[in-house]
Design a protein around this ligand. Structure first.
Ligand code: PLP
Length: 447
């Protein structure tokens, strides 16, 4: 399972197999594996007398999805080595698989760096991609020989000169992040009119600048942002040369979505890289994708703990009862928990029915919300006492849901569990069942 950064693409070419992967085409075996894991856990809970918390929310993670995303990355950006952004989801099995696949890791704190080093990942496979670092963490990484790090201002350069003068520095530049879900440029990034003086100061302090980095904002949607950022990075490479630096690496950051916009982003980015940093330039290319790898791999199941009927059922003309009441459903996870992505990541997770009235409905038409006005209307709320704790304002299902039933949410791997709190005493250390729909990934993990 060992791999080093230099041998990365040579070593892992064997997992290509010429497979074609289209996103949201999750094979029947993946759906089946996830469904079986969900089914097994929820069908084993006796809601009449289970232990407190046995019905807690839980994840099913398909590591095969992570593996497929890696193949997809390599097919679309073959020259760019990914350094997975640990912040997005530090799940230990996910990190193990990525380590076995030979990716690097983007860490932003001592704890993240520690977690990666504990997996025996070589320090050269870590970039401390935080432009504003804690003094004591800088001393820690100097001790651990984690050399690569970013900076974007003069104060940080002086701090680095004091605590880790041999660090390998990436100058993070400002980008146009207006098309992204989570904007970063109001907080980080050196504007192009400050880069020249920062390089001059780095030279004066005797520091080792080795590259340029940028981030177009997390969850970016405009590929032109990548093109422009690569162009700006090229300008900074030339500025650096004037200051006597021969930069070796460009870090194109994260921001890649896992949906089918990825191919378009990668197409524009790849073309920009070929134009400004062609293969013969010898410049290493790295990236810091987070959500691209993590989001689709995790499915979350939540239990309906309470229900409030908004309007009684009415008897209509032919004498049958129609469920035209609507309901507020209270589930045991919410925006203070794994749905923190609603607040912090501007997501809109879509509920589906896992189990209703003693029937498991995963992946059947009855599990899906409906677009028309038929069916029963629900709003879905989290378990805390706060009114802000709402998951879904309105959704319709063809079935009547009640206490004890289960919902599931797909694409819950990115910026969810990692930013969950324990507000109101609801736990944030939920169980994860791991499955793996790719034999290649199973082999790497010894599963
Ligand atoms: N790199 C840095 C410096 C970040 O701040 C982030 C996210 O905030 C990422 C990488 C990962 O971004 P994404 O998950 O959109 O790929």
């Amino acid at each position: 399972l060992k791999s080093c950064s230099n041998g990365y693409f040579q070593q892992h070419n064997t997992i290509h197999h010429g497979e074609e992967y289209h996103h949201h085409h999750v094979g029947p075996s993946a759906k089946e594996l996830i469904g079986n894991a969900l089914r097994k856990r929820v069908e084993n809970i006796d809601h009449e007398d289970c232990e407190p918390g046995e019905e807690d929310t839980f994840f099913v993670a398909d590591l095969g999805e992570v593996y497929r995303q890696h193949l997809r990355w390599k097919r679309n950006l073959p020259r760019v080595k990914p350094f997975y952004a640990v912040k997005c989801n530090p799940d230990p099995m996910l990190l193990e698989l990525l380590s076995a696949l030979g990716t690097g890791f983007d860490c932003a704190s001592k704890a993240e760096i520690e977690q990666v080093l504990r997996m025996r990942v070589d320090p050269s496979r870590i970039i401390y991609a935080h432009p504003c670092k804690t003094n004591s963490y800088l001393r820690y990484v100097a001790n651990q020989n984690v050399r690569q790090m970013t900076f974007d201002n003069a104060d940080e350069l002086r701090k680095i000169a004091r605590f880790f003068p041999n660090a390998e520095l990436f100058l993070r530049i400002l980008t146009d992040d207006t098309s992204s879900l989570c904007r970063l440029s109001m907080k980080f990034g050196a504007s192009l009119d400050s880069t020249d003086s920062l390089l001059a100061l780095a030279r004066e302090l005797g520091l080792n600048v080795v590259g340029v980095s940028f981030h177009v904002g997390s969850g970016a949607s405009d590929p032109i942002a990548f093109y422009k950022a690569v162009q700006d990075a090229h300008v900074v490479f030339q500025q650096a040369a004037v200051h006597g630096y021969s930069l070796k690496t460009l870090d194109v950051g994260g921001g890649f979505c896992a949906d089918n916009t990825f191919e378009q982003m990668a197409g524009v980015l790849g073309a920009a890289l070929d134009e400004y940093f062609p293969a013969h330039s010898g410049i290493n290319l790295i990236a810091e994708p987070g959500r691209f790898y993590a989001s689709a791999a995790f499915t979350l199941a939540t239990n309906v703990i309470a229900r409030r009927t908004i309007q009684d059922s009415e008897l209509i003309n032919n004498g049958t009862t129609t469920p035209d009441a609507s309901y507020m459903l209270y589930v045991n996870d919410g925006v203070y928990g794994n749905f923190s992505s609603i607040m912090f990541d501007h997501q809109n997770p879509i509920a589906k029915v896992l189990r209703a009235g003693g029937q498991t409905l995963y992946n059947t038409p009855a599990a899906e919300g409906m677009d028309d006005e038929s069916g029963v209307e629900y709003s879905i709320w989290g378990p805390t006492c706060d009114g802000i704790d709402r998951i879904t304002l309105s959704i319709r299902f063809p079935v009547v849901l009640d206490v004890g039933d289960w919902l599931y949410f797909e694409d819950m791997g990115a910026y969810t569990k990692c930013s969950a709190t324990t507000f109101n005493g609801f736990p944030n250390n939920h169980h994860t069942t791991y499955v793996c729909s790719e034999p290649g990934a199973r082999a790497l993990l010894g599963m």
